[in-house]
Design a protein around this ligand. Structure first.
Ligand code: NAP
Length: 235
């Protein structure tokens, strides 16, 4: 049976976002998929769902995408923030690294923090109208604790976590529930260069997609604020 709810998913062309989009469609949702380069998505007919250009580096695309979604479907029930980047930026370094590191930090801030910031700002009035609106942000365990020396990504993910909590406060009285999902290693392109664990010891993207869908479906009276998902023991 068709589910009439309309969910926006950023970063929907690959990795975790792709699995979220495909899982939602399989469950009968209408989806609006944001991606930098529009392309066919396996299992999703573009005649039945909206595929829209969204680039976190270009602020206006956030508003354009929300507007196009509401115009097409007449409603908005959920926003899933998945788009993100991992730049390795150590805290220590000589002046010869400063320009490159500053550019990498700016990109982390732009994509991981300001991207969802503008999407939440533009989506919130519509989510409030729905009375059971949902915002799910795929943060990271790096938004919960700092490991190793790659400080830049963790700093952006802690900021993204603050954004999620702010959204939770802002939307609560109008039934909007914001949920942060914080995985450890997930098998996607993002971690190919940095994760040393074998594939069978890390989280599959489908598992995170299933948790995102669960977070979207919980009733207003039972909202999870933060969900940590670990493939290694963390004390
Ligand atoms: N993989 C992990 O171990 C892991 C763990 C914890 C949290 N996370 C988080 O999960 C989220 C998804 O990561 P993933 O593992 O699925 O990574 P991924 O496979 O590298 O996919 C990243 C997605 O973000 C999109 N993106 C990047 N820059 C963008 C921009 N400027 N504007 C719009 N979209 C942009 C990419 O689009 P393009 O194809 O156009 O680049 C792609 O769809 C991220 O926020 C990440 O921090 C991942």
């Amino acid at each position: 049976m068709a589910n009439k709810k309309v969910i926006m998913v950023s970063g929907a062309n690959r990795g975790i976002g792709l699995k979220v989009a495909q899982t939602l469609v399989a469950q009968g949702y209408s989806v609006s998929l944001g991606m930098r380069n529009l392309k066919d998505i396996s299992g999703i007919d573009s005649k039945d769902h909206l595929l829209f250009e969204y680039d976190a580096m270009r602020r206006e695309t956030a508003g354009n995408w929300v507007e196009a979604t509401v115009k097409r479907y007449g409603r908005l029930d959920g926003l899933v923030n998945v788009a993100g980047i991992l730049n390795v930026v150590p805290l220590e370094g000589g002046p010869e690294n400063d320009d490159a590191d500053e550019a990498a930090l700016d990109a982390l801030w732009q994509v991981n923090v300001k991207g969802p910031w503008w999407l939440i700002r533009r989506a919130m009035p519509h989510l409030k109208q729905a009375k059971t609106g949902r915002i799910v942000t795929v943060v990271s365990m790096s938004g919960k604790r700092v490991k190793g020396v790659s400080a830049g990504y963790a700093v952006s993910k802690f900021a993204q976590m603050a954004l999620h909590h702010a959204a939770r406060n802002v939307g609560w009285d109008d039934g909007v529930r914001s949920v942060a999902i914080c995985p450890g290693w997930v098998k996607t392109d993002m971690i190919t260069e940095v994760c040393k664990l074998p594939d069978d010891q890390i989280i599959q993207p489908q598992t995170i997609a299933d948790l995102v869908v669960m977070a979207l479906q919980l009733p207003n009276q039972a909202s999870i604020g933060e969900l940590t998902v670990q493939c290694e023991l963390e004390m």
